[in-house]
Design a protein around this ligand. Sequence first.
Ligand code: C2E
Ligand code: MG
Ligand code: MG
Ligand code: MG
Length: 285
Amino acid sequence: RSKRRGRGQITVYSQEIAQEMRRATLLEQALRNAIIADEIDVHFQPIVSLDTDMVVGFEALARWCDSDLGYVSPAIFVPLAEERGFIDALSETLLRKAAEAALLWPKELFLSFNLSSAQLMDLATSSTVLAIIHRVGLDPRRLELEITETAMMRDADMAQKIVQELRDAGVRISLDDFGTGQSSLGRLRDFTFDKVKIDRSFVCRIVNDRASEHIVKAIVTMCDGLGLEVVAEGIEDFAEALMLKGLGCGMGQGYFYGKPADATATLRYLRDRYRDTDTKRPIAI
Ligand code: C2E
Ligand code: MG
Ligand code: MG
Ligand code: MG
């Protein structure tokens, strides 16, 4: 293609590539500095029971706003951190911060934390995670770890071993972005976990697209049979919430219930909704 366009075009391409490489180096440098300077924060998004409209837990989501680069999505910097070998340092700090925040919530609320694929290929992950929450003082039974099918598949035996050690300690495991990965249904049988999170791509089409509706229905039925809990991700409006509730989906998460917010705003969110502090009843949204 470059031949037909002539020599000038090749120069433009190589300049673009060089620019892209400079940008990548800049991003990596900035990320390294942000981790060292402890500038990456953790936000929390509510997960609610669709039956009762009560908040049942929060998912921790990493947030980074660089002074030069501006907001950088975790979908960009988490994979970069994995690639460059910073993920352990980053993840340990984030889990510690998230667990400390969760200590201030009512005890019946769980904390859900994302594990990256690199962490599922490292046998030390289970003991590291357990040591961190032990040090902070968070009950392992309040912790959930989210893993994706794709991450799990990289080294299924290793992932299974890590998952088993964590579950033995009381930590629950949920399968994130379900329906988009490359795992088979056999995985659902062989793998031991507690919860399935239906990917947003099904949820955002559920009102207008019969196929998505049927797929979600099938996932819910299958999970019921297998004794797994189900969460629908990315619920943005009432119509979607109603539909998912009608299909028997137990839990939901999305902008309709609350956007990710920092630890302070999350406490305020809880306080605003707490009806009776003494009885420690769940929170109605
Ligand atoms: P995820 O674990 O599937 O997280 C859900 C994503 O959906 C989050 O994006 C969340 O902000 C977004 N979301 C929630 N509700 C809605 C909604 O109603 N509409 C729309 N359009 N989006 C919604 P976010 O925060 O950008 O995170 C992207 C991904 O980055 C996460 O996907 C997760 O895979 C990864 N990630 C985030 N934080 C961490 C972390 O601390 N560690 C690791 N390993 N991965 C993380
Ligand atoms: Mg997640
Ligand atoms: Mg997800
Ligand atoms: Mg997702």
